[in-house]
Design a binder for this molecule. Structure first.
Ligand SMILES: Cc1ncc(COP(=O)(O)O)c(C=O)c1O
Length: 430
């Protein structure tokens, strides 16, 4: 067990893994003379070194040829969002026409609910997980109200039934079955932001559809973290952001998926000119004719400067592939888990499921001694150059991102936490 804590052991694991070289593709935040051990890719992924060149390319075009930038060169702005469709589709397991980069996550959730949440008096309800990310909850409650229904009755929140606040598939299936006849929409996360639990999305889509509901996913914490198979999972729609594991910068342009079976849907939608059929968009006619597929939900010409970093990030995903990244991710998170279980178990409870199939890279660690001790540990880690994030009342989230975190980073976390524990709980060290 002491081997786990040896710097040589961690260094050997890094040396044996060819994907360790990807770290050099990122700007690592500094801590003193060295690098931070940065575990907050679940909040804001690091900047790929290639991002600047893509942004500068846009700035150069703008300065040199201004409006002509829309029509000139391989990265012309008129079709710029199409440059990301294929690599993005590979990351989420979709057909290129099923995905689009546009807007922000919550805006996309609303836009897709306009089309896919069509409540009736018999079927007004939306089912989500209890403790959902506040923006998702605000979005669904406001949609329920917008349609004249009452969230107190028509928002169904599935309560955790497992220790640590996670959910069994039986609880999800039971809730879908129980409320089935009233369900208009099942909206489920790929990875729950607080617990780090990952879900069997294909099974949830199957259960939701069997109950007669539409099924959508929020993949904020899943995209770029887990291999996804969105087309085969068969959800009706999905939304996600690109600033976490897709490393595309603060407030980056977000993503959306609409299953191919809805490519030519006549469901209502909120429309804008960029969603209009491409061949006739510039005839500037008064009638809206949607572009088939996910692009048909676009409203506006996209923010090109905001899209540029996404190209750099997707280049790295295309070079590596989600399967290899996931294998590395399982090794890194498994190492973190082993260190916590073997050396920090009396201080930290792992809330995230132990089964790798039920989690991504993040482990949510509940500080057993409570909030004040937890804040003290969090501050100690940060002062040591180990950055996780804090979730009230007592959870530290640590997310080793396989693109840039190393086994040495994970060991730094464990050693720093151990030093804190030994200082604060004399006699507890082992
Ligand atoms: C699960 C989840 N949903 C929604 C959001 C809100 O995203 P945005 O501000 O991009 O709309 C976030 C942001 O972190 C999130 O984690």
């Amino acid at each position: 067990m002491t081997e786990l804590r040896s710097a040589d052991f961690a260094a050997a694991l890094d040396a044996a893994d060819p994907l360790s070289a990807l770290r050099a593709e990122f700007h690592l935040p500094r801590h003193g003379d060295g690098e931070q051990a940065y575990f907050v890719g679940n909040s804001l992924g690091l900047q790929p070194r290639g991002a600047r060149a893509h942004v500068e390319e846009v700035l150069d075009q703008w300065s040199r040829i201004a409006v002509e930038g829309h029509f000139r060169g391989p990265a012309q702005w008129m079709t710029y969002h199409e440059l990301v469709a294929q690599p993005l589709a590979s990351v989420v397991g979709a057909e290129p026409a099923e995905v689009v980069a546009m807007n922000s996550l919550t805006a996309n959730l609303h836009l897709l609910m306009v089309s896919f949440y069509r409540p009736t008096a018999e079927r007004p309800a939306i089912l989500i997980e209890a403790g959902a990310f506040p923006s998702d909850r605000h979005a669904v409650t406001s949609q329920i109200r917008f349609h004249g229904f009452d969230p107190d009755i028509d928002l169904i929140e599935v309560e955790p039934d497992l220790p640590g606040g996670t959910l069994s598939m039986a609880a999800i299936a039971g809730a879908i079955q129980r409320h089935g006849p009233r369900l208009a929409l099942v909206l489920w996360p790929g990875v729950q932001y607080r617990t780090g639990q990952a879900f069997d999305l294909a099974e949830i889509a199957r259960l939701g559809h069997a109950a007669g509901a539409v099924v959508g996913f929020d993949l904020a914490h899943a995209v770029g973290n887990l291999p996804l198979h969105l087309h085969d999972a068969n959800a009706d729609f999905a939304v996600w952001c690109h600033y976490k594991y897709l490393n595309s910068g603060p407030g980056a342009v977000a993503g959306a998926f609409v299953h191919a079976r809805h490519a030519h849907t006549d469901r209502p939608r909120f429309a804008g000119w960029w969603g209009h059929e491409k061949a006739t968009r510039f005839r500037m006619g008064p009638e809206f004719v949607p572009t088939p597929g996910a692009e048909g939900w676009q409203l506006s010409n996209p923010p090109i400067l905001g899209l540029a970093p996404l190209r750099a990030s997707l280049d790295l995903f295309a070079r590596t592939g989600m399967a290899a990244l996931r294998a590395r991710s399982e090794r890194l998170t498994g190492y973190l888990e082993a260190l916590v279980c073997n050396h920090l178990d009396d201080a930290l409870e792992i809330v995230t499921p132990g089964d790798p199939a039920q989690r991504g890279c993040q482990l949510s660690l509940r500080v057993r001694a409570g909030r004040d001790a937890g804040r003290a540990l969090f501050d100690h880690l940060a002062a040591d150059g180990v950055l996780g994030d804090w979730r009230e009342p007592d959870v530290i989230r640590i997310s080793p991102a396989p693109l840039y975190n190393s086994h040495a980073d994970v060991l730094r976390f464990a050693c720093s936490a151990l030093a804190w524990r030994e200082g604060h709980q004399p006699g507890a060290a082992r």
